[in-house]
Design a protein around this ligand. Structure first.
Ligand code: C2E
Ligand code: MG
Ligand code: MG
Ligand code: MG
Length: 280
């Protein structure tokens, strides 16, 4: 009986594996045509100034409206797009859409766009960015590009050249998910980085968890003394807001302020805020 049970467990496992392979294969086929079929959408999550609570900009976050599977998270399809070599065109599409949207927002607001390591390895990246800025008319000072440490590891020379070109155009560079990767302090001074985004996993545990609190404190202090701006990601409650503010974080992002929302909604949110200020 034990043997039978083992065999049927294995059978289940095999079936699960086969399902997995099939799901992947069908997602692959769909992903290859998603761009042409206009199935992607850019959502935006507002960022606020830690002291005043005023909007300072928004991060662009891609979504895939799959015709059968519904709205898919980038966590599911971005790694697949990277593997299939589709991240270049998808990344350019996000950037173009984000610039088009941001140009309609009040001019003190910026937009942040995520870059995959594969995009950073492409020597044509600065040129593509430049032509998208020209085409959309967005002031480069309003664009921020988010990279991760993975983009820098083992790709020093190329990454430095690309980042220098982007910086020379007036674009800001931020280091996303800081604290989760190698968090090598040498990166912070070897690369032209303007901003650090402290990973949500630390923010999640403050102020109760003393280790996370110490890590947030240390990153904010270090970044601040290197002349960088600090963003805290994943702010979900007032306590996390006040702790991050006190420790010197400049900008905040998280569900406390808003979840990521469609472009039409963020435009309205920013406009309402702006007209409220004008009326006051
Ligand atoms: P990320 O760049 O670190 O983006 C922040 C993620 O945290 C977003 O998930 C956002 O919805 C989520 N988040 C923000 N505030 C909170 C909060 O208070 N609580 C919780 N629980 N979550 C919060 P999302 O949109 O699912 O994106 C996941 C990741 O996918 C992004 O992480 C980024 O690495 C990647 N991604 C998204 N859009 C793009 C893109 O256009 N290009 C590339 N290359 N990657 C992208
Ligand atoms: Mg990001
Ligand atoms: Mg992040
Ligand atoms: Mg992330």
């Amino acid at each position: 009986a034990a043997k039978d049970a083992g065999r049927s467990t294995y059978k289940l496992f095999e079936t699960a594996m086969a399902d997995e392979v099939q799901l992947r294969r069908s997602l692959e086929i769909d992903l290859r045509r998603a761009l042409n079929r206009e199935e992607f959408e850019v959502y935006y999550q507002p960022q606020v100034d830690a002291k005043s609570g005023d909007y300072s900009g928004a991060e662009a976050l891609i979504r895939w409206r799959h015709p059968q599977r519904g709205m898919l998270s980038p966590v599911v399809f971005i790694p697949l797009a990277e593997e299939l070599g589709l991240i270049g065109p998808i990344g350019n599409w996000v950037l173009r859409q984000a610039c088009r949207d941001a140009v309609t927002w009040p001019s003190h607001l910026s937009v942040a766009v995520n870059l995959s390591p594969a995009q950073m390895m492409d020597r044509r990246l600065p040129k593509s960015v430049k032509s998208i800025l020209n085409e959309t008319g967005l002031d480069p000072a309003r664009l921020e590009l988010e990279i991760t440490e993975t983009s820098l590891i083992g790709n020093d020379v190329q990454a430095l050249a690309v980042l220098n070109e982007l910086r020379a155009m007036g674009i800001a560079i931020s280091l996303d998910d800081f604290g989760t990767g190698y968090s090598s302090l040498s990166y912070l001074h070897r690369f032209p980085i303007n901003r650090i985004k402290i990973d949500r996993s630390f923010i999640d545990r403050i102020p109760t968890d003393v280790d996370s609190a110490a890590i947030v404190q240390a990153i904010a202090k270090l970044g601040g003394s290197l002349g960088m701006k600090i963003t805290a990601e994943g702010i979900e409650n007032e306590e996390q807001w006040s702790f991050s503010k006190t420790e010197g974080c400049d900008h905040l992002q998280g569900y406390l302020f808003s979840k990521p929302i469609p472009g039409s909604e963020i435009g309205a949110l920013f406009d309402t805020k702006d007209s409220a200020e004008r009326a006051a």
